[in-house]
Design a protein around this ligand. Sequence first.
Ligand code: F6P
Length: 535
Amino acid sequence: MDSLEQMSKEQQQRNQSIVELFDDSARADDFSIKAAGVLLDYSKQNINRGELKGLLNWAKKSNLTTKISGMFSGDKINNTEQRSVLHTILRAPISVQKEVLGDSTIEIENTAQKVSSIVDNVCQGKYKSYVGKSFTDVLAIGIGGSYYGLKVALSALSRYNSSSLKVHLLANVDGDAIENKLEKLDAETTLVIVISKTFTTQETLLNAQVVKEWMLQRLKSPKAIYQQWLAVSSNIEKAKKFGINPNNILPMWDWVGGRFSIWSAVGLPLALAIGNDNFRLFKEGAYQMDLHFQHADFDENMPILLALLGIWNRNVLNYPGLAILPYAHSLRAFPAYLQQIDMESNGKSVSSGGQKISWATAPIIFGQEGTNGQHAFMQLMHQSTDIIPTDFIVSLQGATSYKENHEVLLANCFAQSEALMTGKSVMEVVTELASSDDIALAPHKEMKGNTPSNTIALESVSPSSIGALFVLYEHKVFVQGALWQLNSFDQWGVELGKKLSSQVLSLMDNNQSDKDKVSASTLNLVNAYLESSKQ
Ligand code: F6P
């Protein structure tokens, strides 16, 4: 990474603003690229042609090409868990699956077929509930990768719902989350899908148990669970032990990471909502971005460019944040999804080889739908001491007849990227205020500008464009992890919190044997809870 340090020194000497880079009249066109139906305009990034060329050459000298082909061909690149990373294969044609996995493709095909049959049978009313009724609702219980992708896709593609089925997601262990769902459901007509790769996640198992008891209280027989519950897991034994009909357990494979699993049977709730055809289009759009990623030259490769610009901002310009601002209500869940995809993959400080690393890695991601963010954190973006690179995401076509609303939405998005780049100098403000009595306000009205951004534009929000958008960021994260020399596919960092929560839980059960395992602060907090629960 020494060359990045060199680039950083040279960039600081350049001291050129982003606006000045547009003196190069071809910049806007040359720093835009289209792939798999997605447009990326990266011309508002703070990088000139020579610097971009240097960054691309640095990437080409790395072993990135080898790592890309290694992932797609099933090398065990998740080295700490000795696993391949092959979620990509789940959206590829069967011929490609066979090239990589040979005969074990059969299980993938059978599972995809089973997903398709379940969708048909539920939606056509052939798959009945325990009391012989058609299903009206689906409740999917899962968290993390067993939730976020579904959350984004279900809200983004709600216009593509092809049946009257209502699909609900339950992730948080908070009783409020459970009550909020169960109060809307009829046990007699609810299909429950427990999604958990490990089938050991505390929140998911507790929620599943609560919902199971809710259903048993109403339907009185474990046969109802056998009839109305499905599971998606790699831990078949634990799913069976929970009481799921073995025929209703859909497999997950260890070479599919949880946060990349929506392409597997984890996508069943989405397929139930939008139908098999649209689920297939979702995967096809994803596959088109795979093909682009695998075959486009680096300087014309959207995920690689997005990754390198992120590395430029993180490691050369030293910006620790990244704002994800979808100017589309239907993509409101996308920032939270990317927090897991990006921060759980690359929020690390040890290389895949086990060495402590000295460079920065995953950015701190936040965001929410625009224009709402303009009334929340854009003040900071424009006038704080921090520069926060931003990804704006829009759909050029609105999905409704409200043309003026859509134009206002897009105008605000484009204006924000412009304002973040240009800012407003004190001189400009003074000129504006010269004839007014408010000249003393001038310093308060300066906008720092020089904030880099990408604008990612979909033609429209559709199954294929959402599939392509998911994969654009999947591969951006893969490329950054590869260049930062990380293993992007494990997540050991979540283990300590899980272990401590069980110790705190035992303290809450007045089991004092664990009290020397936590701090006085945590003990006080536990006691505060115990006191309050006596009232
Ligand atoms: O956040 C930790 C994590 O292991 C994620 O990687 C995973 O998506 C989530 O918990 C849920 O895990 P499971 O699907 O095994 O319940």
